[in-house]
Design a protein around this ligand. Sequence first.
Ligand SMILES: NC(=O)c1ccc[n+]([C@@H]2O[C@H](COP(=O)([O-])OP(=O)(O)OC[C@H]3O[C@@H](n4cnc5c(N)ncnc54)[C@H](OP(=O)(O)O)[C@@H]3O)[C@@H](O)[C@H]2O)c1
Length: 316
Amino acid sequence: MQGRLVTVFGGSGFIGRYLVKRLAEAGARVRVAVRRPEAANFLKPLGTVGQVVPWQANLRVDSSVAAAVAGADDVINLVGILYEAGAQRFGVVQARGPEVIAEAAKAAGVERLVHVSAIGADAQSESLYARSKAAGEAGIRKHFPAATILRPSVVFGAEDSFLNRFAFLARISPVLPLIAGGQTKFQPVYVGDVAAAIMAALQDPAAAGRTYELGGPGTYSFEELLRYILRETGRSALLVPLPEAVALFEAWFLEKLPKPLLTRDQVILLRRDNVPAPGMPGLAELGIRPTPLEAVAPAYLARHRRGGARAGISAA
Ligand SMILES: NC(=O)c1ccc[n+]([C@@H]2O[C@H](COP(=O)([O-])OP(=O)(O)OC[C@H]3O[C@@H](n4cnc5c(N)ncnc54)[C@H](OP(=O)(O)O)[C@@H]3O)[C@@H](O)[C@H]2O)c1
């Protein structure tokens, strides 16, 4: 990767910070393409002077995407949203955005394109999130068939928005809802392993044109994950099964918050397990040994214990 120019769309996000660190360590020059480059300044010290450059780009503005990939050897797309807000709609950011990147990357002569999608991407899904992820993948394949697509299960790590969110909820509420009976299955994958998978996809010619599903070494139901969080944070919230109709009704209110705690689309997503499909290539095929949840999560969940360090803890 020495000296290569790599554009990372969404490089200031959760997965982005781990990837940018690895790219900088490997000697790449990194262009961190995001809407708010000032919010990416914290990444600059990961490289030498001028090695990591925050760059203004918005997937909703085609010309800014073309400018961000101009001269790049490799491109990675990490842009995604969990809920719609203002102009940030699933259709334009997750369905059309990847196609715009793929088209611009092809035109600019980019060598390698890696797109991070999500397990559950499905054109037939009842969830808009899942349908937009499938449309994004189709746009990538249409213009850049040799791209590598990575679909993680839920990603964990110190800054994650899954375990931290429920740990936060357990602090403010005596009751946690078991949506879909708490039986939806997850295979949480460590953020460092996702970053390693992207690095491997960039460098392994066999990864070109393939789609990988990334899961960690353990499978847990939603209820098991909530019980794990409660154990690690020393909290004792009651887990209450919530019929889907009630969950949808609650989500209708909660999705109106500026940073929604739950949306109706997320309730619909919980109808299906979030685990790699049997037979799909995954971390092993990229040469990565998955990190167990139990090896990493206790250290950061400890912040949510009574009397734990409170700085910076929010609904994530
Ligand atoms: N985290 C998970 O558990 C998980 C699980 C499965 C799949 N994924 C997928 O993995 C990818 C990365 O996830 P993440 O958790 O790292 O996301 P994240 O923390 O929410 O980061 C999103 C990044 O995208 C940028 N961004 C948002 N809208 C943009 C736009 N219109 N144009 C340009 N940049 C934009 C953000 O910066 P600005 O706001 O400054 O633009 C930020 O850098 C996403 O596609 C996500 O769907 C994540």
